[in-house]
Design a protein around this ligand. Structure first.
Ligand code: SAH
Length: 235
């Protein structure tokens, strides 16, 4: 998979992309990440990428030309499955959307800043808009880092077996059951006996029971959907 990110602060990705799973995936060649500074695509002598909004008092807006130049340049090198704009009013990122996007070959992610981007970019150049939640960030970079992390860990080979993405929360429509490690007893707080029983069938039953209980308590809407889906699939 290749991901090209267009941003005015590409240095912001240095932390998240140079540690842990993303770093390993890049080193293994599982994912290639291209960072592009939008200012390099400005024809203005001061590398300007924003201008005043036509609406009075609205603040600065990112201009079309540098974005168009950058996207055109990238598209001349390969074809892209999606040109994504990180936006608070986009489709809210969730696990099914991550699963779907992780199977794509090439993606472009555009990060906005200031008051946002000229609407004509969204109309003519963007194919998908994604939000990481109902709150407003200062820029799209942090959102793009969240999106990239959630996609890369799903690409086969990115995670070791011990952290398999398939057993994570949301993959089967439930949140994850609790997990424990050594010591068995700490300050009198002990690990549930069942986990030390060595009986795999009983342990799996316990995990499912716990996942159901947690989902019912913490995410009632998800629990109702899980119950309805299980009923339909057993009809
Ligand atoms: N005026 C806009 C907010 C602009 S915030 C509005 O009210 O909708 C500046 C940039 O941060 C946006 O262009 C977008 O790229 C990014 N951004 C802000 N909140 C986001 C969110 N919840 N998810 C993804 N990107 C977000």
């Amino acid at each position: 998979m290749r991901i090209d990110i267009i941003a005015i602060f590409p240095e912001m990705f240095e932390g998240p992309f140079t540690e842990s799973i993303i770093k390993r995936a890049v080193n293994k060649g599982i994912v290639e990440i291209g960072l592009h500074n939008l200012r390099d695509y400005s024809t203005d002598k001061h590398h300007k990428v924003d201008d005043y909004s036509f609406a009075a008092g609205a603040g600065m807006v990112m201009m079309i030309e540098p974005v168009d130049n950058c996207i055109t340049h990238l598209k001349s090198q390969r074809s892209y499955d999606e040109v994504i704009y990180m936006s608070p009013d986009g489709e809210i990122l969730n696990q099914p959307l991550c699963n779907q996007l992780s199977m794509k070959e090439n993606l472009i992610i555009l990060c906005g800043h200031y008051k946002g981007i000229d609407e004509r970019i969204r109309e003519h150049l963007i194919t998908k808009e994604i939000s990481i939640g109902d709150y407003v960030l200062s820029g799209g970079e942090l959102g793009a880092a969240v999106l990239v992390d959630s996609l890369v860990r799903l690409i086969p080979g990115a995670l070791g077996d011990e952290t398999s993405a398939l057993s994570d929360s949301f993959q089967d429509g439930l949140v994850s059951p609790p997990v424990y490690t050594r010591p068995r007893e700490y300050k009198g707080w002990s690990v549930p006996d069942i986990l030390l029983s060595g009986n795999d069938m009983k342990i799996n039953e316990w995990k499912l029971e716990q996942a159901l209980l947690r989902t019912q308590e913490r995410r009632p809407e998800m629990y109702e959907k899980f119950k309805a889906d299980s009923k339909n699939s057993s009809l």
